[in-house]
Ligand binder design. Structure first.
Ligand SMILES: [Ca+2]
Length: 349
């Protein structure tokens, strides 16, 4: 009888170890590069409350707020979630080739709708964000998914310093760009506009960038009904998100939107479950020079360019030149399913 129990216990242990290893395999290691930011805060808290993701680091980039404020916000958000185990590191302090453009207009004076979170119990890591990205890409080859949800400065610095990380990174899912007009002006989306040279480096690095653009974010709206649903159960994180969403919605309504665009959280969700978005392979170039179009993501949807050859005083089309896709561009989202996921993960938290 004793032997029977020992064998059963042994079998149970083998099954448990197998289940744990299967779960670990299915957990994706991610680095969120962020400029927090209202929708960044939502994205970070979604990731920290999703068992599919293991957040290896939050690296901070200037964008919605400057680098100092962004680091303070990231630390406070991690602390609110009780997640001081997550590495939080500062990164670049300015874009590669232009002045920083901050967005308190949309995100409030501190970038977090003016909501004052308690002082952070978490401490910043001393490593430089881009170096940490390089280090983690080597430590976990083919396992890291990068989720940049701010200007692409830190990612550009990392791949420029160590291009060998490109094939080591499993996936890169960015919130940025648009193929149907911008949110800064007619052409450019804010994250790409915030550092076009960095974006050009990232799109041309040799990996396939999954691009969750502002045009899709703007069709993935959180509404007052969603906030009420979120508030059916209270918790410190969900109460914080409700305050952010209320501020953000009021701001968006004043600008003529019927809800607030879930830009950054949709990128996190797409990394977790790509079926939440429709993706199409395209070649994307970043405009860095245009008078009206600096920061535009110029997407080729045909997979080719005309080859124009000079014949005397004019050019003639001499067939097409095939273009290799460098991006999987999201053209639509399943907004209802995404918002149900978002609310279910954060309700009562
Ligand atoms: Ca952001």
């Amino acid at each position: 009888m004793k032997r029977y129990f020992a064998v059963s216990l042994g079998l149970l242990l083998v099954v448990l170890i197998h289940l744990v290893s299967v779960a670990a395999e299915q957990t994706q290691r991610v680095i969120i590069d962020t400029d927090p930011g209202i929708d960044d805060a939502m994205a970070i808290l979604l990731a920290l409350n999703s068992p599919e993701l293991k957040v290896e680091a939050l690296t901070v980039v200037p964008g919605n707020v400057d680098g100092r404020q962004g680091l303070e916000n990231a630390l406070k958000i991690a602390s609110l979630a009780g997640r001081c185990d997550v590495t939080v590191a500062a990164g670049a302090q300015h874009p590669l080739n232009q002045k920083l453009v901050t967005a308190q207009y949309w995100h409030g004076p501190n970038g977090l709708a003016g909501v004052e979170l308690p002082a952070s119990k978490c401490k910043a890591d001393s490593r430089f964000g881009p170096d940490l990205i390089i280090e983690l890409a080597h430590k976990y080859p083919h396992e890291i998914t990068l989720i940049p949800v701010g200007p692409l400065t830190n990612i550009a610095l990392a791949v420029s310093k160590d291009p060998s990380i490109v094939p080591l990174v499993k996936n890169i899912v960015i919130m940025g760009g648009s193929i149907t007009g911008g949110n800064v002006n007619g052409a450019a989306e804010a994250n790409i506009y915030g550092d076009p040279e960095a974006a050009a480096i990232v799109f041309n690095a040799g990996w396939i960038v999954t691009m969750i653009g502002s045009d899709v974010g703007e069709r993935t709206l959180i509404t007052r009904k969603h906030i009420a649903d979120l508030q059916a159960q209270h918790g410190p994180e969900s109460d914080f998100i409700a305050k952010l969403a209320d501020f953000y919605l009021t701001r968006s309504e004043k600008s003529g939107y019927s809800g607030a665009a879930m830009y950054d959280p949709l990128a996190v969700a797409a990394a977790m479950d790509p079926t939440l978005v429709t993706l199409k392979d395209m070649h994307v170039d970043v405009e860095t020079k245009g008078e009206f179009t600096r920061g535009e993501t110029v997407a080729n949807r045909m997979g080719s360019n005309e080859n124009n050859v000079l014949h005397g005083d004019h050019y003639e089309i001499d067939g097409m030149i095939a273009l290799k896709p460098n991006a999987r561009v999201s053209t639509a989202s399943d907004a209802d399913r995404f918002l149900s996921l978002f609310i279910s993960r954060l309700k009562g938290k």
